[in-house]
Design a binder for this molecule. Sequence first.
Ligand SMILES: [Zn+2]
Length: 429
Amino acid sequence: MIPAIETADRGTIKQFQEEKLQQLLAYLQSHSVYYQTLFKNHRIDIRAIRFLEDLTRIPMTTKADLQDHNPAFRCVDTTQVADYVTTSGTSGDPVLLALTDGDLDRLAYNEALSYQCMGLQRGQSLQLTTTIDRRFMAGLAYFLGARKAGIGIVRVGSGVPELQWDTIARVQPDALVCVPSFLLKMIEFAEANGIDYRKSSVKKALCIGEPLRTPDFTFNALGQRIRRHWDIQLFSTYASTEMATAFTECEQGVGGHHHPALIITEFVDNDGNPVPEGQSGELVITTLGVEGMPLLRFKTGDIVQPYYEPCACGRTTLRLGPVIGRKNQMVKYKGTTLYPPVLFDLLNDFEEVENYVVEISSDEFGEDEITVKVGVERASEDLLLKIKDRFRAKLRVSPRIVFASIQEINRIKFPENSRKSVTLVDYRK
Ligand SMILES: [Zn+2]
């Protein structure tokens, strides 16, 4: 059953969130050293913050705040902590977050809703192809959510396509939780080893970490490439450790659904002002129901577009389109403003391209420079021209393209001690 609030009208959802906001503000006032200080310094009387529109009176919280004042954000003492996690540290040092027992229940509820969006039923099963340890919140959330939803789970962990296929044969899972580019590796392995993957039990995949769709919700190059080989249902999900919340697509595939009980969303421009409704902006979030480290008006750095029309699945909550880019990764290149995912999407379209990294640097005049390092079996002038032409067609200009060995790219892509693979190296500043 879809929670009633997710099919309510917008006014009801807004009022519901405003009540939750009151509870959060009272909780922060009594438990959070960071927000106590912030309220005091900015003379904010929390009783005056009654409507969602009033949030703009409160200064936003940045990743740097979270890094610089980490202990001040924690609202519980160590005896109440059930689990510690860190952010992925894509930009800067990873930040430590503490979760209580209640926070783990909240995560489980959130991910159970994700599985519900995917149409997974009690009694079905799924295979986890991401890590559950390494201080990774999402892996644990997938496990706890499956428990809550009555879905069986087998924890294979990341990598090792051979073990993934062995497990699929033994367990017959209905769905995978995976990084989409890893699905391509699994398909490649299956084809090389005569595994009839199209006849396997797997019919759905919950895809994390990389976008699958373009802003008009058609599959991007990565999504198309997977579907060309393997006609399974792909569900994109967008989440982060700080949000402790996932936005997962339903079967309509028109953006990740917002769960009003878990998080408040705002969309702001470069100056921090709300963008006109329906325009893309930086996502700013306020967590609801979090006990360990709740966040108020946290700037995610992600540029996304919200959609407000009710969805054909029956949910009326807003939907988030694919992440257009990270705010601090915006590149101004020869008169064009772009976000690196546009480059990734284009490179993902080439079957000949085994792997790649994009490097951004500043030239002597402070202008942005892009170098694309491409890993291929056989480098050729033909392929180079093909890639350059595609860039020119899409962006008017082509960045510098350098061929390298697949191993060399892999060394850059998979640094030791990193949970995530690296696709972008930003040398600016
Ligand atoms: Zn829907």
